[in-house]
Design a protein around this ligand. Sequence first.
Ligand SMILES: [Zn+2]
Ligand SMILES: [Zn+2]
Length: 234
Amino acid sequence: MHVVVDISGDASFHLCTDTPEDLVHIPPSDDDHQRISNIFNNAWKHPKPFPKIHNIFYVAHHSADALAHISRFSNYSFLWLNSNKVGNTQLLFHGTPRTCLIGTTASPAHTRLCERLDCSLCLILRESYDIEKAKSARMFGTGIYSTNVSSKADLYASPRRLMGRATLKSVILNHVVLGRTQLMLSADQSLQHAPDIYNSVTGATSSEGGALAYHEAVVYREDAMCASAVIFYE
Ligand SMILES: [Zn+2]
Ligand SMILES: [Zn+2]
C-alpha cells in the first residue's frame, strides 16, 4: 500500500499490485499538474532565467517509517497547543540536491529512490525530513527550512552533473504546519526550537523590516512537514 498526500492535503490510499514506485507521475493532462505548475511558476521571483518544468510527481509514501510519519504529521497539524490548534498549514518549497537520475522521465527506471548516501532528495523522500541532518549554521538555527518562493528553493537544488551531463533540478512541494509563527527581524543561529508559545519562525523580508530578500520559514520538528510533490525542471 502507498499513500499520496495531494496538494489539497487529502490523503489517498493505493493498493499496489506490483513493486511500488516511490514517485507517482502526474501527467500534464491532470488538473493537479496544472495547479502545481502554476504554484511553482507564480512563485518564481528571482531575476534569473525562467524554469521549464519537465516532470511532476506525487510522493508515494509506503515504507512503515513513511506511513508512521504521515500519521504523526496528521496528528500534529490537528493538535491543540496553548489553546490554539497548531494548524496554519502552508504549501512551501524545499530545495535539495540529488545525485541520481530519479525523476528524469516517468518510466519505472526513474521513479524509484536510490540508495546513495549523498542523494539528499532520496534520503528525504525515504525517511522524511531529519532535524539532525539539518544541523548547519543557518540563519534561524537547527530546523527545517522552506519557502514560498520557488526560485529561492532553487538555490539549494544545485545543478549536478551526473555521468558528464547536466540533469534536471528538483524541488519538493510540502505541506508545512507553521502554526503560530514568530516573525524574525534578524538572524538567530542559536535556535533549537521555536520560541515560547510559537510553533515556527518566519524570517521577515526587507519590506517587513527584516533581513531577508525572500520568504523563509523554519519548523523545528519533523512531523511539521510532509512532502507532497516533486517538480523536476531545467
Ligand atoms: Zn501503489
Ligand atoms: Zn537519489
